[in-house]
Design a binder for this molecule. Structure first.
Ligand SMILES: [Zn+2]
Length: 246
């Protein structure tokens, strides 16, 4: 992960989960998609609910409020209780969910983000600050997973989805038809530079593309060093990284 993003996370993600926050083990699955939600209430009621002893049914990894503040309840390594197949696989339309099938709980292989808002008022539209924060948060989650699991979540609508795509009947309005999927994906594809030292390089676009397709990784210090000679070991590492991300 590049240092800019790491610094952003350190300064902006407020961990508010507690011992009452619902979470469980991923049972060997790795996170492979991001699921977006609308909170249907204020951020304070959401925080209260996700940390309450009486809540034994739901949680999420992250929440972004209307001021753009980012809260975390559950570690990415654990699964949150946000995206279950409560009314069966028949209500799912997400391709990844349909491929995995009814016996694999989508919570095991997803990361969830709540967005403060009420559907009847916003239809899922975000405030400018909220949109800015969730874009960077998406980028952070993708980088975090790549570092930890060597799996690259590709920025497309198969992998960046809404709750509705898991349950089109019971969650038809989550996160809402005006939720800015296209803007988030456009940002992830074109503006979130994965490395510190490629702006201005003639091959920048191709480097970002190769990175997003899982072909290449940078150095631990966040650089790509585009003009450095490559060793045979690094060639092998590239091929294995690609193999593991398919
Ligand atoms: Zn939802």
């Amino acid at each position: 992960m590049n240092k800019k993003l790491m610094k952003w996370a350190d300064e902006n993600i407020i961990f508010v989960g507690n011992s009452n926050t619902n979470r469980s083990n991923r049972r060997g699955h790795r996170p492979e998609m991001i699921v977006n939600h609308i909170s249907e209430g204020s951020i304070s009621s959401l925080i209260n609910w996700f940390t309450n002893t009486t809540n034994t049914e739901s949680s999420a990894h992250f929440a972004v409020d209307r001021q753009g503040k980012v809260y975390q309840f559950v570690d990415i390594e654990d699964n949150a209780w946000a995206n279950g197949l409560t009314s069966g696989i028949g209500n799912a339309t997400a391709s990844v969910v349909l491929q995995k099938g009814k016996d694999i709980n989508p919570n095991w292989y997803s990361v969830s983000i709540e967005h403060e808002g009420v559907y009847s008022q916003t239809k899922g539209q975000l405030t400018p600050k909220q949109l800015e924060s969730t874009k960077i948060l998406h980028s952070y989650i993708i980088e975090y997973i790549y570092d930890k699991y060597s799996f690259k979540i590709k920025p497309n609508r198969d992998r960046i989805i809404g709750h509705k795509e898991i349950d089109k009947v019971q969650r038809a309005n989550c996160p809402g038809e005006l939720f800015p999927f296209d803007e988030i994906i456009d940002y992830l594809r074109n503006y979130s530079e994965p490395f510190l030292d490629i702006s201005g390089h003639w091959a920048k676009e191709q480097i970002i593309k190769a990175y997003q397709d899982g072909w290449i990784k940078g150095y631990p210090d966040g650089t790509f060093q585009p003009d450095k000679p490559i060793t045979r070991a690094e060639v092998v590492a590239i091929i294995l990284a690609k193999h593991n991300s398919d």
